[in-house]
Design a protein around this ligand. Structure first.
Ligand code: NAD
Length: 442
């Protein structure tokens, strides 16, 4: 199996590097963040992802995974170079390519020094045209070589979701390859055939631009489904007897629709959907297209978290001086990632209304503290969080919160009142014992 470099050890890159090494591929992870590298050297994952910590320790112990800040050294000894650096938003919403440009400049100078053919694979999410118009020229000018004849270039978008990233990386559901030429695409497809060891998923080979757009279309479609069901959830709250859970179940039984991504809640967040939708809308705007459906999906989502604050007011009146417990701040369960998480918006809204906020999350308290500092109190358990509270808002559907019973709230809260922002509780069990409101429930 070929040697591989992974440039950018964030949620995607570090998971990928550990997974490749676990399958016996000699992998070098590269990052510019020396503190992060030192932490990983100590065999500690800088973030929480189920299964990653053990895999990382084992990969470093076995010697299959090496780490460096020196991109040239890593690229020099690798036949494949996966670029997994971040692609955040500019203030106007457009994609910020600074990390991509810096990484590709380094890869370009490494290619100049190497006599061999290397394949660079852009795994970061980039807007259509980026690989051809930004990455390829940087690699060519940095290396003094020609794409195709001297080195290979592919775009290979990543579809894993945090919380299930190890399994998603070990067993990809599909492989999209945007290729400059068939030589590059063949090498990448053969690499995956070896990695997947006989369990090769469907492979789609296409142009750079199509591969780049597939990734955005994927995220935009999923986000739109969620905003669609959230809009209807908001309507359900105004129709006596209506319940969005049943509406979602009913339409999900239609095979043309299916049941996934129809859970109503406090909106989507995280490191991908918000920034990718902004980037797509801004990209389209520059091309003269409005993308009204996707823009609306984004707008619906902007207001969705604040519905929890309105529901809390509905249950207990003015929030000024009231103690509100917030359960969950990560953007979804099984991750500590709070980037653009609904929980942060909810907390901000509560503070604005003058509430005293206590937060608990099984994994994400440190990241929450980095945003809200000492403006809120941090509890060490769910039960401590709700103790003496006037209202509790469930923001993230961690299993730990599902296990709480109506009695737990009744026993501990000053005013037992619960806003179920993720529909994890049975309204019939809660309504008779506590003040209760839930997204999408009349
Ligand atoms: P991240 O911000 O967590 O990590 C990026 C890493 O790259 C950081 O560790 C940073 O220090 C490093 N870096 C920056 N510049 C560098 C350089 N020049 N050389 C080497 N390292 C450098 O990002 P992420 O969440 O892992 O996402 C990476 C890409 O994958 C993004 O384009 C994202 O949209 C895409 N993606 C993310 C997910 C996800 O769930 N997080 C899923 C699919 C796709």
């Amino acid at each position: 199996m070929r040697e591989v470099a992974v440039v950018g050890l964030g949620y995607v890159g570090l998971t990928m590097a550990a997974c490749l090494a676990a399958r016996g591929i000699r992998t070098t992870g590269v990052d510019v963040d020396k503190e992060k590298l030192a932490m990983v050297e100590r065999r500690t994952s800088p973030f929480y992802e189920p299964g990653l910590q053990d895999m990382l320790s084992e990969s470093l112990r076995s010697g299959h995974l090496a780490l460096t800040a020196d991109c040239e050294e890593a690229v020099g000894r690798s036949e494949l170079v996966f670029v997994t650096v971040g692609t955040p938003s500019n203030p106007d919403g457009s994609i910020n390519l600074d990390q991509i440009k810096a990484a590709c400049t380094n890869v370009g100078s490494a290619l100049r020094k190497s006599p061999r053919y290397h394949l660079t694979v852009i795994r970061s999410t980039v807007t259509p045209g980026t690989t051809e118009n930004v990455v390829k020229p940087l690699l060519e000018s940095g290396s003094g070589k020609t794409c195709g004849s001297d080195f290979g270039l592919c775009v290979n978008p990543e579809f894993v979701s945090e919380g299930r990233a190890v399994d998603g990386t070990m067993n990809p559901g599909r492989i999209i390859i945007g290729e400059w030429d068939s030589q590059a695409g063949d090498i990448l497809e053969r690499f995956y055939a070896g990695f997947c060891d006989g369990k090769m998923p469907p492979v789609l080979r296409t142009t750079f631009a199509n591969a780049e757009l597939i990734k955005y279309a994927n995220n935009a479609f999923l986000a739109t489904r969620v905003s669609f069901i959230n809009s209807l959830a908001n309507l359900c709250e105004r129709i006596p007897g209506a319940d969005i859970e049943l509406i979602a179940k009913g339409i999900g039984l239609d095979p043309r629709i299916g049941p996934l991504f129809l859970r109503a809640g406090l909106g989507w967040g995280g490191s991908c959907f918000p920034k990718d939708l902004r980037a797509l809308v801004e990209f389209a705007r520059a091309k003269g297209e409005g993308l009204p459906v996707i823009r609306s999906a984004y707008d619906v989502n902007e207001f969705q978290p604040l519905r929890a604050v309105r529901m809390a007011e509905h249950l207990i009146g003015s929030l000024r001086g009231k103690r509100v417990a917030v359960l969950g701040v990560s953007f979804k369960p099984e991750t500590d990632d709070t980037r653009e998480a609904s929980g942060l918006v909810v907390i901000h809204g509560l503070l604005r209304e003058g509430a005293e906020v206590t937060v608990y999350d099984p994994r994400a308290l440190q990241n929450a503290r980095a945003v809200h500092g000492e403006k809120v109190r941090y509890a060490q358990s769910a039960l401590e969080c709700i103790e003496g509270a006037d209202c509790c808002i469930v923001v993230t559907e961690w299993d730990e919160f599902r296990k709480l019973t109506a009695e737990d709230f009744v026993k501990r809260m000053r005013i037992p009142s619960v806003v179920d922002g993720r529909r994890i509780y049975d309204p019939n069990l809660f309504k008779s014992k506590a003040r209760f409101a839930a997204i999408g429930l009349a």
